[in-house]
Design a binder for this molecule. Structure first.
Ligand SMILES: *Cc1c(COP(=O)(O)O)cnc(C)c1O
Length: 367
């Protein structure tokens, strides 16, 4: 029998989360961000639930190709544009829309000399200083882009560095800079990521870019997706391989990080950093066994973790273990590992099997 370490993907939750985004941003069109294989949820399992989006957005041309292979006809934006000019022909063939964040990209389009897409997205750096053209050159580039073969529209985009920190002074500064940069330029505006969709309605404008919230995860620094009316799109599950009684004063796992204060019942579950469950996870991190909250005890190994079963004394070999998802907020789990949920879902490795399954039937719900 195959190892029972499974990422259960809930397309019904993805569809629900997209509806929540629409309710929060009723006047805007929605770009569904599905980069990094739908934030580790697998694009093939999530796309059907995103049929109601106005557009998809990815980071790489390979990700865009995967979407076209699945037969999806929605507009697709390359968020970082084309990095290798040799890919412009491919972008054209796949019918992709392009971000232009640098003068070089515009010049490459000029040299290409044929239409790639009628709609280009000019990205302005409003203060994050990652990608985007300078405020001073935006008007000139906007004008020149419109003169390229087949370009009919140039939309205006920028990205916020601190949107998840409501009230951060950089937010209003970025907005002011964006507005003054694009003043008088024709084109639709797109600023809001997930955090701004839920936290800053004033900047919704023509388009919003919804990423992490589609997967039911909160972009905010505190709380979880359910506080925002979202449902987790992934429940990561495994099962107990062993249940052992360990006397007081013994070490559990590598490095002897955890020492039993008392006689303890320790469960061993089939998941580890080889599956993407981070080695940085601290003792006490929450884990559900049979739907009951237990605590990680000892260092995460490549293939296994060890769990204090004090709160699940009747646990036995084969019992279900939930690492995050239904009834166990990934936001809380990420904090125990000193990271953010974005990283946890993107890091799941190829060894984990994926299965599409309605959220109602996922193990977290079975008590
Ligand atoms: C990934 C990404 C997003 C989505 O961010 P979320 O926080 O997941 O909503 C939006 N815009 C750009 C440019 C991105 O790279």
């Amino acid at each position: 029998m195959a190892r029972n370490t499974i990422a259960r993907i809930h397309p019904d939750a993805v569809a629900h989360n997209l509806r929540q985004v629409r309710e929060r941003a009723p006047g805007s069109r929605v770009m569904a961000v599905v980069k990094a294989d739908a934030y580790g949820h697998r694009i093939d399992l999530c796309l059907p639930a995103l049929a109601g989006a106005d557009m998809l957005a990815v980071a790489t041309i390979e990700e865009a190709r995967a979407i076209r292979r699945l037969g999806n006809g929605l507009p697709v934006l390359l968020l970082e544009g084309v990095t290798d000019p040799g890919d412009l022909a491919v972008a054209s063939e796949l019918g992709l829309e392009l971000t232009v964040h640098h003068r070089n990209q515009m010049e490459a389009l000029g040299r290409f000399g044929r239409q790639v897409t009628p709609r280009v997205w000019l990205k302005v750096d409003s203060g994050m200083h990652r990608l985007g053209v300078d405020q001073a050159e935006a008007a000139e580039l906007h004008h020149r882009l419109l003169q390229l073969p087949g370009v009919e529209r140039v939309n205006l985009m920028s990205h916020l560095a601190c949107a998840e920190q409501t009230g951060h002074p950089l937010n209003t500064l970025q907005l002011e800079r964006f507005d003054s940069t694009v003043f008088g330029l024709e084109g639709e505006h797109c600023l809001a990521n997930s955090a701004a969709i839920f936290g800053w309605p004033a900047i919704h404008r023509d388009w919003v870019r919804a990423g992490i919230v589609l997967y039911g995860i909160s972009p905010m620094e505190v709380g979880s997706g359910s506080d925002l009316g979202l449902r987790p799109a992934m429940t990561l599950t495994s099962e107990l391989l062993a249940v052992n009684r360990v006397p007081a004063g013994e070490c559990i796992g590598y490095g002897g990080r955890f020492v039993t204060p008392d006689d303890m019942l320790i469960g061993v579950a089939a998941i580890g950093y080889g599956d993407g469950y981070p080695r940085s996870m601290a003792d006490g991190a929450p884990v559900l066994v049979n739907g009951r909250r237990c605590r990680l005890a000892g260092r995460v190994s490549m293939d296994m973790i060890t769990i204090d079963l004090a709160d699940c004394p009747d646990a036995k070999i084969g019992d279900p273990v939930v690492l995050w998802g239904n009834d166990l907020p990934i936001e809380e789990v990420a904090r125990s590992a000193g990271t953010i949920p974005y990283e946890l879902v993107c890091r799941i490795t190829r060894r984990v099997r994926y299965r599409a399954q309605s959220a109602r039937h996922a193990p977290g719900k079975v008590k």
